[in-house]
Design a binder for this molecule. Structure first.
Ligand SMILES: O=C(CO)[C@H](O)[C@H](O)COP(=O)(O)O
Length: 227
């Protein structure tokens, strides 16, 4: 079993009958969704899923997981998702899979958030992983220019066909290659990005996670985050 599978299966244990569960996106969340599908089929688990991307929606539908959209549910009990980086103070970068917008919306309306990662994602400071910023196409060249002027090393994300990548909402992603985000500056950076016209969302997920399940060795490690 690989580390992503290990944490996906471990996290699925937190899913209980009757819950409304946010289903994350990416290669780690994939295993969580598979395990929930297995439990529905083999154990009669009864849940409603809220997906965070078209890819996860398709996977969940194939597995027969009952789904509702975020606008059809009264609340979300628990969301389980992957992450690209988690700092020593449990802030995160997400959006490597371009699903940050829906992921942040679902996470924001969740009573509890669990992140599942292999140990390579645990870092001291954020920023080695490029910070994704989702922007609407209109004005995106101006944002690229602004980010360049601010020395934030922006790169417009392309897909495998070398075309501009479009998110599930038809937006673009600009990745900021920052190398390191000082802990004291993380909140200011998030506030500044939120203030820019044309920025829809950014990949800084601050003060969101409640539990981190880390895959290492033969056993997952569970880290409770006190907020
Ligand atoms: O934020 C995400 C998608 O937008 C993913 O959760 C993140 O990129 C981690 O993905 P993976 O588990 O494949 O490493």
């Amino acid at each position: 079993m690989n580390l992503k599978q290990m944490v996906g299966i471990e996290a699925a244990k937190y899913v209980k009958d009757g819950m409304i569960v946010g289903l994350g996106t990416g290669s780690t969340a994939y295993y969580l969704v598979e395990e929930i599908g297995r439990r529905i089929k083999e154990e009669g688990l009864n849940i409603t899923g809220v997906t965070t991307s078209k890819a996860t929606e398709q996977q969940a539908l194939n597995l027969g997981i009952p789904l509702k959209s975020i606008d059809e549910v009264s609340h979300v009990d628990l969301t389980i998702d992957g992450a690209d980086e988690i700092s020593s103070d449990f802030q995160g970068i997400k959006g490597g899979g371009a699903a940050l917008l829906f992921e942040k919306i679902v996470a924001s309306y969740s009573d509890k958030n669990i992140w599942i990662v292999d140990e390579s994602k645990m870092v001291d400071d954020l920023g080695k992983f490029p910070l994704p910023v989702e922007v609407i196409p209109y004005g995106s060249q101006q944002l690229l220019k602004l980010f360049k002027e601010k020395n934030l090393s922006p790169i417009l994300r392309l897909n495998k066909e070398n075309e501009i990548l479009k998110t599930d909402s038809g937006n673009y992603i600009i990745d900021l290659h920052l190398k390191k985000i000082d802990k004291e500056q993380t909140h200011d950076l998030a506030t500044w990005l939120n203030s820019l016209a044309g920025v829809v969302e950014h990949g800084l997920f601050l003060n969101i996670v409640n539990l981190v399940i880390v895959g290492k060795g033969t056993e997952p490690e569970t880290l409770e985050v006190s907020r």
